[in-house]
Design a protein around this ligand. Sequence first.
Ligand code: ADP
Ligand code: MG
Length: 857
Amino acid sequence: MVEAPSFAAGGGKMGALLREHDWSRTALGPLETWPQSLRTTVGLILHSVVPIVLLWGEDGIMIYNDAYSVFAGGRHPALFGSKVREGWPEVADFNDNVMKVGLGGGTLAYQDQELTLYRTGRAEQVWMNLDYSPVPDERGNPAGVIAIVVETTARVLAERRQAAERERQRAIFQQMPGFVGVFTGPDHIFEYVNDAYVAISGRRAFVGRTVREVFPELEGQGFYELLDKVYATGKSFTAQAMPIRLVAENDDRYIDFVYEPLRDDGHKVTGIFVGGYDVTDRVRAEARRETLVRLTDKIHDLTDPNDIAFAASEILGQALKVSRVGYGAIDPDAETLEVVRDWTAPGVETLAGVVPLRAYGSFIDSLKRGEFIDINDVEQDGRTADAADALKSRSARSFVNVPTLEHGRLVAVLFVNHDSVRVWSPEDLALIREVAARTRVAVERSRNEAALRDLNATLQNRIAAALAEQASMEDALRQSQKMEAVGQLTGGLAHDFNNLLAGISGALELTQSRVRQGRVNDVERYITAAQGAVKRAAALTHRLLAFSRRQTLEPKPTDVNQLVTGMQDIIQRAVGPTIAFEFVGLAGLWPALVDHSQLENSLLNLCLNARDAMPNGGKITVETANKWLDARAARQHDIPEGQFLSLCVTDTGVGMPPDVVARAFEPFFTTKPTGEGTGLGLSMVYGFARQSGGQVRIYSEVGQGTTVCIYLPRYYGELSGDDEPATAADMFPSGHSETVLVVDDEPTVRMLITEILAELGYVAIEAADSVSGLKLLQSDARIDLLVTDVGLPGGMNGRQMADAARVTRPELKVLFITGYAENSLLGNGRLAPGMAVMTKPFPIETMAARIKQIIES
Ligand code: ADP
Ligand code: MG
């Protein structure tokens, strides 16, 4: 065994291999013979940790170290000492070039040189950094090539993967619907933008330019500042619906986006990632929806079409940021637009008024047809170009006209943008149409509702009136039914009673008359007594008739104040000295149309009741007043609406509890001891007041006193004032020979009247029934006056007979005498001219005076 040369000492496994190798069979010869240059080089290689191989001689005999043996893989150890072109056949050409260059004295260097090797029997793609330099021999000529081989496959593959990943991401970004961009450096230089970014921005050149260069119009919109801040702070920023205005557009767009800082390995910010979406459509749709909601809220409670249209104008004006929104009526014939009211932005003058249209271009023809018109720029639009100056003078550079309402006349809403051009977007136009449509609906609705409200009110009123009427009728019916029952009873009684009384009274008076003439003696006492009884009976009859509402009233225009004044003495005497009496008459009291004696009777009755309520004395106050009863008050009082006067009697007596008030008008209702009260006073007053078209009301408080008021309808006319009571003077014969026909079935009454007539100097003719009466009336006998009962046998009543007689004697004067007043037959006191009525029984003087008055009139 040859002793190992010192250069090969150590050198790891390869050192050992070198020593064992039989070099004698190679071109190098045994180790001992190797030249010094070779020895030095090999010693260097073996001690290096970097993979190094020495390619010696023309053949490139391979001597390598441990590190290279690892690189050689399956080729080692056969590779050791082999010729390089044979040891690596798959890269023989490559190595051939290496050998030629190296032995020629040149060097070679490769970075990440890709080669396909078969180190394990399979093709293997590898990357290497290769460094070749010549190794000189003792004479300085290149004798071999030393190669430093560093495999970089792992790194290259990792880099490739990273690149591929980046590429994949880029592809994803590229196609994303949102926009993506990457800025680097503090000046935000574009490094990358995706397709969406390009599309949205509307420009092409980005990469390598700063954001300020690419988007100069963003100055003042806040974006630069945000980027600077994100870069400086390293904090990301997120925005929602941020407005952005790019130069190509006339309107804001809105974007959701994020600025995310990008960092290097040292965590230092190097750039900014931006990603986001254009949300303009969504924002506009929301704005539109909000506008419509506002509109709906605002016009919800409005009822006036003008108010609704104005509210819509205001909302549209604010939503669209225009200068003016007006509405008005287009008169197609006059070719005018009358702007009723317009909403204007602050500082813009109103244009309300009438505007002639013809001067403003051909669009007015479509306007007259009610078409929707939008004009972006009056100078550019063919319909308005010629009239642009006129339109601009009314500050209409851009506008929309939309027909809103059609109710016989066309109304347009006019949008005018001040002096700048407005390109109406589809969103704008859709909003305008929608607002117009809703306004129209609201106006229709308000009109319908108004009509409905009116209808409803009318119905309600009618229902209320019907209910009130029904209630009052029910009330009246109850009251009158009560009265009716008694009335039926007493009315019939009174009729017979009255006829009887008339007979008695007449007989007595005749007798008295004879006595006065001296034909009979000494009967005066009885006669006076009899007459007293007759008067009392007659008074009772009157009361009965009054509450049965069958009495004959002789309503006359009456000054009630005067009537009360005339009664004052009688009342004071009736109530006695312990009771003070005061009358407070209203100056300017309306006249009433009322029966005098019944009113006097009623007043007296009320005062007597007051007296009874004040056994220890007190005060009676009588007051008159004018009352104007409206529908409500009239309903309350159960009388027709209108003007009334009141006559109220107030006492300071014991008062009436409610149950007594409720029943006080009932006939025969009395709280007084038997023999004292008849219970007919108030019922008489009630019957009289109702029959006179008025009412009676009681207001009372127990312990305080009572007020009873009679309401009487106002009389619209003059008071005549010639109502003197009859006097005995009228009893003297007047010496005329006028003829009077007396028709009555009661012989006593006939006789009485005939006597009166004779005493007055008239000629009397008699008839007992209507047939014989009419016969006389239709004859040519002279008849100046017909005095007739109303209830007559013979098929006709007195009234019918009189009417029949007037066919041939139209001027015939008639005096009806009646006890049981068939009011309806006599027209309820309204008699034809030349007709009069008297109630039985009557004093002779009254009858005489009346007959005389009629004949002489
Ligand atoms: P009479 O007086 O005969 O009792 P009226 O019909 O006049 O009958 O009155 C009926 C009832 O009404 C009386 O009994 C009394 O209870 C009550 N009344 C009438 N007027 C008054 C009054 N001024 N004060 C208190 N109670 C009265
Ligand atoms: Mg009474």
